[in-house]
Design a protein around this ligand. Structure first.
Ligand SMILES: NC(=O)C[C@H](N)C(=O)O
Length: 332
């Protein structure tokens, strides 16, 4: 018989580790209560696809995710993947910020070995809980040679998504995770992953970011665009020390006349400004809705605001040159 791959499950909390008062409790349950050993014990089928080890890295609802937790997690993943006796990693995670953690790791993991994030939309106590099958699929994927070199992956609802482009798209349904226009990477069916797409953007072993010696990340905040917008929140964030601002603008990254002077003033003080869009799909192009060359702003391309924030934080650990940062937004 073939030797099974060694997969380490890093548990961080979320609804996949949640429990509710009854089998019909699908909201108002408690996230992050069940430990990694119980998650593994609930799916004995895991033993057929990998040699599984569990580690509780932290235990939080993912709305409480922070830069400090990200750094802890990325460092642990890199240490484990450098070991010859670890072939792949699964990270159990709350779904609210799962796409952000996936993208953070996509830019900071220094290995081609599979890293798969997984969560659940229903707590383990619910009827038709999705956690066990999602965990099984994630371990299967992390144990697969087919997943090597594909960047950080998300396994949810029998589908494989790439970290850069996946989003949570529904507040509660099990098919919440989608890559609407750029496309998911594949499926998991009948104990096998099937891949159809790969991202053209750089990730994992090919990135220029290194968090191994970093203990904090620069403050980057997001401001939202809307009709009748005022610059009060933006001004407050800049006054509070933001080193970068993601402007989640309307449409294709348009800037309202009432907000542009505050953005321009912030840039003159050295704050990096990235124009993104609140729309969710499509390009915010350099020198499109604004003259980025003149304003010295950066265009987010297709990254959503929360992922643009992650790239800008990591970019600022390397450079404060806006042209270099624009290059990164077209590379990652
Ligand atoms: N489905 C979930 O996991 C939601 C939960 N609030 C979390 O992100 O931790």
């Amino acid at each position: 018989a073939e030797k099974l791959a060694n997969v380490t499950i890093l548990a961080t909390g979320g609804t996949i580790a949640g429990s509710g008062a009854s089998s019909t409790t699908t909201v108002g349950y408690t996230a992050a209560t069940v430990g990694v050993e119980r998650l593994i014990a609930a799916v004995p089928e895991l033993a057929k696809v990998a040699q599984v080890k569990g580690e509780q890295v932290f235990q939080i609802a993912s709305e409480n995710m922070s830069d400090a937790y990200w750094l802890t997690l990325a460092k642990r993943v890199n240490v484990l993947l450098a070991q010859p006796d670890v072939d792949g990693i699964v990270i159990t995670h709350g779904t609210d910020t799962l796409e952000e953690t996936a993208y953070f790791l996509n830019l900071t993991v220094k290995s081609k070995k599979p890293v798969v994030l997984v969560g659940a939309m229903r707590p383990g106590t619910a009827l038709s809980a999705d956690g066990p099958i999602n965990l099984y699929n994630a371990v299967l994927l992390a144990a697969s040679q087919d997943a090597v070199g594909k960047g950080v992956l998300v396994a949810m609802n029998d589908q494989i998504h790439g970290a850069r482009d996946v989003s949570k798209t529904n507040t509660s349904t099990p098919d919440s995770f989608k890559t609407p226009e750029l496309g998911m990477l594949g499926y998991i069916q009948g104990n096998k992953p099937y891949f159809y797409h790969v991202s053209t953007r750089k990730h994992t072993a090919d990135t220029e970011f290194d968090v191994s010696k970093i203990d904090t990340l620069p403050q980057v905040d997001i401001v939202y665009g809307y009709a009748n917008v005022n610059p009060v929140a933006l001004n407050a964030l800049v006054a509070a020390g933001a080193k970068g601002i993601i402007h989640a603008g309307v449409g294709d990254g348009s800037l309202a006349a009432k907000v542009t002077p505050s953005l321009t003033a912030a840039r003159k003080q050295g704050v990096l400004i990235v124009r993104a869009s609140r729309v969710g799909q499509g390009i915010v192009a350099r020198n499109g809705e604004a003259n980025d060359d003149e304003l010295d702003f950066v265009a987010a391309d297709t990254l959503n605001p929360q992922k643009a924030r992650i790239l800008l934080m990591l970019a600022l650990t390397r450079t404060s040159d806006s042209k270099q940062i624009q290059r990164m937004f077209y590379s990652y």
